[in-house]
Design a protein around this ligand. Structure first.
Ligand code: FUB
Length: 309
């Protein structure tokens, strides 16, 4: 299996030229987690299927770039549902991080579990590390009245790692040094107004920024909003909206600094809609990853993102 992954990555990387959005057009992709390892930006999106009529994703591809113009599909990095005995379906928004010579991949399944897979390379192949979920909707201290999804991993400058996750309520655990276990208690994060899903944590000038999709509760389509705190666990103070609603219904992003510039990755369904002008409900399950610049004001607040074509 390992040989097959490497062979796929070496022989047939699919190259996408990102002169325009979406940056991935060889397949549908969503929920992009962007991470910088060494001099390369790695993109770990969910993989929407060509014929999806629901969020029935099963595997993950990894994409790389070194110039933010050319994104290369390096093949399947983790065949999550087939390779994880305890997982049945719904390989949704993942995240990935490096520690002590290994890469750790956090992935939700079945709308109720978060697993962790490990690899020696950011290209994979990743394998389930535990033979069971790392944390589940019914784990002690978890509060979740909807889907238990969307893990986001963050390592602070002091070396402490955090895993944020959840829908409607943000749960957070402190990961242990091994990255495959955590210490109780579960922390509930406050101050992110209208939080729905798609948690992303980043640090800028010593402050902690939690950004997220605010869902549809208040009669608007989901936007990406954010809050700032002095500590990873909060309390957070709501700041406003970064990204307006997109054509996919769901809104999910990541924020990363690469080569001195800040970027926001997100998804929409514009590609599917352009190919299928009569698109119906299925467009929400055939999304495509985009990227745009993200700018801060002098006071550290984030300017509304201008989504470009
Ligand atoms: O892609 C499946 C789900 O849709 C994600 O987990 C959510 O964040 C939303 O984008």
């Amino acid at each position: 299996m390992k040989k097959l992954y490497l062979l796929t990555a070496l022989i047939c990387p699919a190259i996408c030229f990102a002169q325009h959005n979406p940056i991935i057009h060889t397949q549908y992709s969503a929920d992009p987690s962007a991470r910088v390892f060494g001099d390369t930006l790695y993109l770990y999106p969910s993989h929407d299927r060509d014929d999806s009529k629901t969020f029935d994703m099963i595997d993950y591809h990894v994409y790389t770039t070194t110039d933010m113009k050319t994104f290369t599909d390096r093949g399947v990095c983790f065949d999550a549902i087939n390779d994880t005995p305890w997982a049945k379906a719904y390989a949704w928004a993942p995240d990935c991080i490096y520690r002590n010579g290994k890469y750790y991949f956090y992935y939700p399944t079945d709308k109720k579990h978060i697993g962790v897979a490990v690899a020696n390379s950011p290209l994979g192949p990743f394998h389930d590390a535990l033979g069971k979920p790392l944390v589940s909707i019914d784990s002690k201290g978890i509060i979740c009245n909807r889907d238990f999804i969307d893990p986001c991993v963050f390592i602070d400058d002091d070396g402490q790692a955090y895993l944020f996750m959840g829908q409607n309520t943000i749960c957070c655990v402190k990961l242990n040094e091994d990255m495959i276990s955590y210490s109780e208690p579960v922390h509930i994060i406050e101050g992110c107004d209208e939080f729905f899903e798609a948690i992303w944590m980043h640090k800028y000038n010593g402050k902690y920024y939690l950004s997220y999709s605010n869902g549809t509760q208040n009669g608007h389509q989901p936007q990406i909003a954010y809050a700032i705190a002095d500590n990873p666990l909060g309390p957070y103070k709501y700041q406003g909206v970064i990204l307006d609603p997109v054509s996919s219904g769901t809104n999910h992003h990541s924020i990363v600094e690469y080569k001195g510039k800040w970027w926001i990755f997100y998804h929409n369904s514009d590609l599917y809609i352009s190919r299928n002008p009569q698109a119906g409900k299925e467009k929400g399950f055939r999304r495509s990853v985009c990227v745009d610049r993200l700018h801060y004001r002098k006071d550290g607040t984030i300017k509304k993102v201008r989504m470009t074509k």
